[in-house]
Design a protein. Sequence first.
Length: 286
Amino acid sequence: MNYRHAFHAGSFADVIKHIVLARIITYLQDKPGAFRVIDTHAGAGLYDLESDEARRGGEWLTGIARLMQARLSNDAMALTKPYLDIVRAFNPKGELKAYPGSPLIARALMRPQDRLVACELEPKARKALIGVLRHDEQARVVDLDGWMALPAFVPPKERRGIVLIDPPFEAKDEFDKLGEAFSAAFAKWPTGIYVVWYPAKSRRATDALVQSLARLATVAKPPGKCLRLEFSVAPQADGAALTSSGLLIVNPPYTLHGELKTILPELEMPLGQGGAARFRLEVPRP
């Protein structure tokens, strides 16, 4: 499949992923010690929702556009506010013309002592990312394949932080590469927080991936904990756009499970397509 960021910016999958990212970084802010964000497949950073790529699929119309118009409870609104405030900051008041990717969402939540490493191999996307970060001293854009970067940049000197793994899944062996790179990185930094995004098109393939990564985490010393989230906006049809995606969070903050139990039920109606969406939130068995 093709999951280039520009075609899917602001989709339901981005919404779920970036809400989780914002909640984890907000948690990391609670302690004064510095943290590092490592984004293995960072993309261009900022996406024009009026571009040909964004218009072709129009996925942001059933993703971020719907969420920004949704009426959430006070509790859910408070938890999604950091993320939504960042999206609004990149747009004229009351309009939605641009969508920030994970590097800019992370950067917006960083404090002066925190750092970002964003890896992007594709030349156009890397040049665009360098441009939007404007040679920020706290953010480093690296011309390196994400699978090589994953074990190379851990553990960070801060010893606190999050690794976001969000590859394009254009190659058939991407799941295998993910498992190998995660295994190498986790062996070097078993106490880090890892967020692994994946398309949920094949139940057998996603179950095998999650079980493999969860097994690696639970046999580590100290053993890691895992949280699995899958969100489906409609039944997946052959040849159709992606309607289900997942996140495996390794070593999630202890607050995250409860926060997602508050947020996710309120996203079922606004993000659903042809009916209410469905979600799965569980501690996976290795």
